[in-house]
Design a protein around this ligand. Sequence first.
Ligand code: NAP
Length: 328
Amino acid sequence: MKATAPRGRRPRRKEAAAPSPAAIESVPLAVGDKRHPVLGLGLWGLGRWSAEDEARTRATIGRAIERGVRWFDTAEVYGAGRSERLLGDVLRRATEGAQALVVTKLSWEHLRANQVRASLVRSLDRLGRASVDLYLVHAPDRRVPLAETMGALEQLQQEGRIGAIGVSNFSVEELEEAGRHLRSTQLVVNQVRYNLFDREDAEAVLPYCREHGIVVEAYTPLARGLLNGRYLDGRRPPAEVRQYAQDLFGESRLPEIVRQARGLQQLAAEAGVPLPSLAFHWVRARGAAPVFGASRPEQVDANLDAWAQRPDEATIARADALVRGERA
Ligand SMILES: NC(=O)c1ccc[n+]([C@@H]2O[C@H](COP(=O)([O-])OP(=O)(O)OC[C@H]3O[C@@H](n4cnc5c(N)ncnc54)[C@H](OP(=O)(O)O)[C@@H]3O)[C@@H](O)[C@H]2O)c1
């Protein structure tokens, strides 16, 4: 129910009021003393890296810091290093920057032992830090034995340049193998794609990760804006969005997904929450930590407002059934 101010005593609307920080819980990491917030901001799709895009990205990261976000995800491949550079710069200038959990990733093209060290050194240089809190293998490459990559990462962790080691896009078999090659430490994170419409990869690894104390970070939790209500009016996602989300926005799946998303929107309206609340809290309820993308401050605001509104369990269960049911 909406609270209304008594007649005649309606408070004046504050212009440009400072946004309040969102309450974002965190969980301890299995290695080191850092905690892992359960909601974070990812810095992949940030436009075309024009000066205007960069200014907007700085403002976006700045807004996220103001709003209480403390987990930032980047990678050496994002904008060919520009994402790391911008993040490092904004965090250095912010008072709260030192509290952030900074996560970056080793490219799947740099998994050889000699490449691992060189990649990390370049990433640290761009981030302007002596060490990174969490370093993830972006994706496996079957041509490079995991023993080689894990050995190099462990060495760098022992030197204090990596707080903890994680992976991304790993199956259970790959997690087991990577774990076998770590002698004095363990994997703390597996970052995988997870949203109401894309479940298979994450659900295949969630039980194993739970059992082994590995945090599952869920990327693309908003289905590239679809779960913010985008494209529900029948507009087609632009080519650059389709290119990286083919299985989601391919011709054969899109009409069904849009129909389901409209159903979710109606469900969210009935429950009195914004659509992305359902998207985020469905992921959270399944034991994963969403890392969303945003390319402007207003998106950060909308997403954090959505996070702050938690649908009840019955609504989350109905959202789940709606997508599963219509698929069957
Ligand atoms: N490990 C991996 O292989 C991997 C792969 C993909 C992503 N990731 C990480 O996960 C992060 C998130 O992934 P993602 O960008 O695919 O996920 P997403 O959160 O599902 O989608 C983000 C996009 O949705 C749109 N959006 C966000 N908030 C919105 C709002 N309030 N209203 C309208 N549109 C909104 C924006 O598109 P516009 O910018 O077009 O406005 C934004 O860039 C990435 O930044 C990256 O750090 C990792």
